[in-house]
Write a protein that binds this ligand. Structure first.
Ligand code: ADP
Ligand code: MG
Length: 617
């Protein structure tokens, strides 16, 4: 009597199979990943049993491992493992009878996507059936680790169910033999299998042999405890996954359980390749689930502004119920993103504290990304603010300060954190905007790039202190000794009024300044949300003039300056000459603020004034 039994697949499983057989044509190579990860799971279970040391295990001398062989002539590929194996009943249940919850979710996802995607298969825990993408028939030979087990043979062509019969004398473990479809014969070539194993399964814990060669020699060190990993191992690993011959600047190896399970090993390359090269870099953090690669260069794991990171994130919570497409906007991915980003920013803050020199180096390379982070989303601004560094009037040239240090140094009267944009440190320290700070001995952050202004403006406050542009700060020069010839309050107000009339629409308002010491006058931006330099930057970036609020600048004059005092006298003597001088004073102030766009009128005026000055006497 034949011992062969014929079974039908459970209805949902048959549906999965029909999809796999009839509509999956791309990414078919992932069947290797799926069968190898099943083999690795079986090895893992064996190792667990062995460590328990309870029951006698069949073939105790055979170590857990995976071997893949190909037969090009026969058109077959065999994935064999020495893991726990399956009993007859387990084969019936696991490979065809009991549809687990993933099966239904897979079917749902396919229905929603309106197209099947081979990637879905592994993620819904129906990986075994991926074999049918490439195989006409699949044969599974297996013998359980249980001491009284015998070998069994399971065979199926997908449609029409499967058969099961005794399989004779077999070693412990499972062999999955695929008889390849005509259009999948390439998978019977050993180099092809080798390539796929290297791509997806390089970090599997158990040895994988393909065609007699041991492949996976790089260990999944991220899954080990930090104290057990040697420095050289980290270096070797980084060289391997980072494709970088230089040592990384930073390395962060950590695990977390809540709110989501994470094992991560992240690296900051020693150089920012985006400034070196031409193109935008892409995050090179690979997403794994229990050491098996789920998505290389995974999208959405980190915010865009951390795209310089390289490494590995492994989460066993991830792939079972999410497809790759839908993972992009899933809650799970957001959780992962938040947890990883918070952890990395915390790490940077710690390094800045413990290791300021290394942090400085990091900051020089990567500050643009942190600033991009401030400008692109609000979620991490508090943490990012702590990481920013700027030169200031209190630091030595080329040295920087953190906002926290700045706040610590703030004297009693100073309520706000102030910054000043200028082309250079010298230009900033000799600009009219700095005079009041110098007089008050207040510190000001010196920034040299327009983006810094926008970043500080966006932060808005730090440690409860408002962050404002120097020109917006409401400080006054403390009372000083009167200067010979300085204007009285009445004279100064009178001059300001006259100047407003003379200058007309070129200025919004003329005021007597309380912020100037050595300069005769200064222009200030009238719009409360802009600074003079922001206006200049925006203008340069702008294609049409719509977005920019219109408005002439405010103009402040220094009643203690000789030029201003003489102007007051002159307006009563030669009003026309005084008007020209007033206009020139305004243009000078604009020029020093970088706001003078068209110098032609000014040059004409200067030439006229020179002519007068040089008139024969
Ligand atoms: P999953 O791996 O997510 O459970 P699969 O469809 O890949 O789903 O596999 C179904 C089940 O078949 C596994 O859970 C396991 O019980 C069994 N199985 C598959 N391959 C093997 C193997 N090589 N050794 C032992 N059991 C296996
Ligand atoms: Mg599986």
């Amino acid at each position: 009597m034949s011992q062969t039994e014929t079974h039908t697949f459970q209805a949902e499983i048959q549906q999965v199979l029909d999809i796999v057989i009839h509509s999956l044509y791309t990414d078919r190579e992932i069947f290797v990943r799926e069968l190898v990860s099943n083999a690795a799971d079986a090895c893992e279970k064996l190792r667990f049993l062995q460590s328990g040391g309870t029951d006698a295990i069949r073939d105790p001398d055979i170590a857990a491992g995976i071997r893949i062989t190909t037969d090009e002539a026969a058109g077959t590929v065999t994935i064999a493992d020495t893991g726990v194996g399956m009993t007859r009943d387990e084969m019936v249940e696991n490979l065809g009878t009991i549809a687990h919850s993933g099966t239904r979710k897979f079917l749902q996802a396919v229905a929603e996507n309106r197209k099947a995607d081979a990637q879905l298969i592994g993620q819904f825990g129906v990986g075994f059936y991926s074999a049918f993408m490439v195989a006409k028939t699949v044969t599974v030979l297996s013998r359980s680790h249980q001491s009284d087990s015998t070998g069994w043979r399971w065979t199926s062509a997908g449609a029409g169910g499967y058969t099961i019969e005794p399989g004779g004398e077999l070693p412990r473990g499972t062999q999955v033999i695929l008889e390849l479809k005509d259009d999948a014969k390439d998978f019977a070539r050993s180099p092809e299998i080798e390539r796929i194993v290297k791509r997806y399964s390089n970090f599997v814990t158990f040895p994988i042999e393909v065609g007699g060669t041991r492949l996976n020699t790089v260990q999944a060190i991220w899954a080990r405890s930090k104290s057990e990993v040697k420095d050289e191992e980290y270096q070797e690993f980084y060289r391997y996954i980072g494709h970088d011959t230089e040592a990384p600047l930073f390395r962060l190896h950590f695990t977390a359980d809540a709110p989501i399970s994470i094992q991560a090993l992240l690296f900051v390359p020693s150089r920012n390749y985006e400034t070196l090269g031409v193109s935008r870099i892409e995050s090179e953090v690979n997403l794994h689930c229990r050491k098996v690669l789920i998505e290389p260069k995974a999208k959405g794991l980190f915010p865009e502004w951390l795209r310089f990171l390289k490494g590995v994130v492994d989460s066993e919570d991830l792939p079972l119920n999410v497809s790759r497409e839908r993972m992009q906007d899933s809650e799970l991915l957001k959780k992962l993103n938040r947890a990883l980003t918070n952890r990395f920013l915390k790490f940077l803050a710690e390094e800045a504290e413990k290791n300021p020199e290394a942090y400085d180096k990091f900051y020089k390379e990567y500050q643009r990304f942190l600033k991009e982070g401030v400008l692109s989303d609000h979620d991490h601004n508090e943490a990012l603010a702590k990481l920013l560094r700027f030169e200031s009037s209190a630091t030595e040239t080329g040295r920087t300060t953190s906002l926290a240090e700045y706040v610590k140094r703030m004297p009693d009267g100073q309520k706000e954190i102030c910054f000043l944009l200028a082309g250079s440190r010298d230009a900033a320290l000799s600009s009219p905007y700095f005079e009041v700070f110098q007089a008050r001995k207040y510190e000001v952050l010196l920034v040299s790039e327009p983006i810094d202004e926008f970043v500080l403006d966006r932060l808005h406050e730090f440690d409860g202190k408002r962050i404002v542009a120097a020109e917006k700060a409401d400080f006054t020069v403390p009372d000083e000794q009167p200067v010979e010839g300085q204007l009285t309050d009445d004279e100064a107000t009178g001059l300001a009024g006259w100047m407003k009339t003379t200058l007309g629409d070129a200025v919004n308002e003329v005021r007597v300044s309380k912020r100037l010491v050595g300069s005769p006058a200064v222009v200030l931006e009238g719009d409360r949300y802009l600074t003079t330099t922001m206006r200049r930057t925006l203008k340069a970036m702008q294609r049409d003039h719509e977005a920019l609020p219109s408005g002439a600048p405010e103009f402040e004059i220094n009643p203690r300056h000789a030029l201003v005092a003489r102007l007051e006298k002159m307006r009563h003597v030669d009003a026309e000459l005084a008007a020209q001088a007033a206009a020139q004073l305004l243009d000078n102030a604009r020029l020093s603020a970088g706001l003078l766009e068209d110098p032609r009128a000014m040059l004409q005026r200067i030439n006229g004034l020179l002519e007068k000055l040089l008139a024969p006497r």
